[in-house]
Write a protein that binds this ligand. Structure first.
Ligand SMILES: NC(=O)c1ccc[n+]([C@@H]2O[C@H](COP(=O)([O-])OP(=O)(O)OC[C@H]3O[C@@H](n4cnc5c(N)ncnc54)[C@H](O)[C@@H]3O)[C@@H](O)[C@H]2O)c1
Ligand SMILES: [Zn+2]
Length: 363
């Protein structure tokens, strides 16, 4: 087992990464929970596979838990689901000393984070991520969010977990598509901040897609360590460092919204977003064509999409501009200057954006 510490003073917490950790959940969680309630928030696929094992392990350490199921996928991140969960907690008499454990992917993790941040002004949160994407990205760093129909992650909070338990053996049941989606975030880290990780992905692609133990553990560990380091230095995205992790996401979120959260998943949208944004870096004279080709073949090599159909360039630009008005006042992109090294670019010229989009939008 590997332990990575997210260093945030009194809000520091460990990320445990290893095979078979679900069986140890009780032992790991017990020191953190008071005598009060533990509520497991999960989605049907994850609950079916791992719910019994988690509950048994908690019970073995004398922890009683209740399980609340929410709809799968982005449907977990709606205001309607949030309201139902909070009402459920109230009915279950969950109090300020209660603990919420998320069991599943990034969607239920984001919901659980927002519930934990807001229920009674904040209760303890523990993540047990069971997707590759959640283990390498969403379970670390305390960002929690819900979507509105027109804007992704627009309602949110920062609320750090007290513990993250990443059981890498739980990834073995992932459908291949979800493995690819996790790979998209891994490629993001490699492209924007770590050439070594990028090379690992290039070299170990087939082993990763098969979820070979060593290759997977190494990739999860490298990414989690990168994210933990970034979060420790820029928890609230103030210095720009954490913003780097948005590579592929400015355009990726627009793709998600344009497709109404159907069609492409988050990871797939980010893959398209990276293919478009690396072209933006090229249009701005930051990287050469070879860099675009190298990254794009890595993305495609993982079976991820690099083009979007049925959405116009105009629609994507409008969504990004809307986000800009509401969220940051500037249209910001995290772009590689070279593979493994990124920078933030604000309000690039519209013709460069258009040029970049031509490469990825079939309209
Ligand atoms: N908070 C953050 O910092 C952050 C970072 C990155 C992404 N995100 C968010 O994460 C979400 C995407 O997360 P995701 O890709 O994990 O999607 P997801 O949560 O929808 O999970 C994907 C699918 O896999 C199923 N599943 C989960 N574990 C499984 C297992 N072990 N075996 C089989 N099936 C399993 C899920 O039920 C779901 O059907 C997006 O909403 C995105 O915005 C948040
Ligand atoms: Zn993402």
């Amino acid at each position: 087992m590997h332990t990575i510490r997210v260093d945030l003073g009194e809000r520091s917490y460990p990320i445990l990464i290893g095979n078979g950790l679900i069986a140890e959940a009780g032992r790991r969680v017990a020191p953190l929970v008071s005598d009060d309630r533990v509520v497991i928030l999960s989605v049907p696929p994850a609950e079916r596979l791992y719910g019994d094992a988690v509950r048994a392990s908690l019970a073995g350490s004398g922890i009683k838990s209740e399980t609340v199921l929410v709809p799968d996928g982005e449907e977990a991140k709606t205001i309607a689901t949030y309201t139902r969960v909070v009402e459920g907690l109230l009915n279950a008499k969950a109090g300020r000393g209660s603990t919420i454990i998320s069991l599943g992917g990034g969607c239920v993790g984001d919901l659980a984070g927002f519930v934990a941040a807001t229920y009674m002004r904040g209760v303890r949160l523990i993540h047990m991520p069971t997707t590759l994407l959640a283990q390498v990205d969403s379970s670390i760093g305390g960002k929690a969010a819900l979507n509105l129909p027109d804007a992704k992650n627009i309602v949110g909070a920062f609320h750090q977990p007290a513990l993250v338990i990443s059981d890498t053996s739980s990834l073995r049941t992932l459908p291949p598509r979800e493995v690819r989606c996790g790979a998209a975030e891994l490629i993001k880290y490699g492209a924007i901040m770590d050439l070594r990780l990028l090379e690992h992905l290039e070299r170990e692609r087939d082993r990763l897609l098969r979820l070979d133990d060593d290759a997977t553990m190494r990739a999860v560990f490298m990414a989690a360590e990168l994210k933990a380091g970034v979060v420790a230095k820029d928890e609230r995205e103030l210095s720009g460092l954490r913003l780097l992790l948005n590579f592929g996401h400015t355009l990726g979120h627009a793709v998600e919204v344009a497709m109404e959260y159907r069609g492409f998943s988050h990871g797939e949208s980010v893959a398209i977003g990276m293919a478009g944004e690396i072209r933006l870096a090229e249009a701005l004279g930051m990287v050469a064509r070879e860099t675009v080709d190298r990254l794009e073949s890595l993305i495609a090599g993982f079976g991820l999409p690099t083009r979007v159909e049925g959405v116009s360039r105009k629609a994507l630009i409008e969504i990004m501009a809307h986000d800009k008005k509401v969220v940051a006042r500037k249209l910001r992109f995290a772009l590689p200057e070279a593979l493994g090294k990124g920078t933030i670019v604000s309000d690039p010229p519209m013709d460069a954006i258009n040029e970049a989009l031509k490469g990825v939008v079939k309209d």
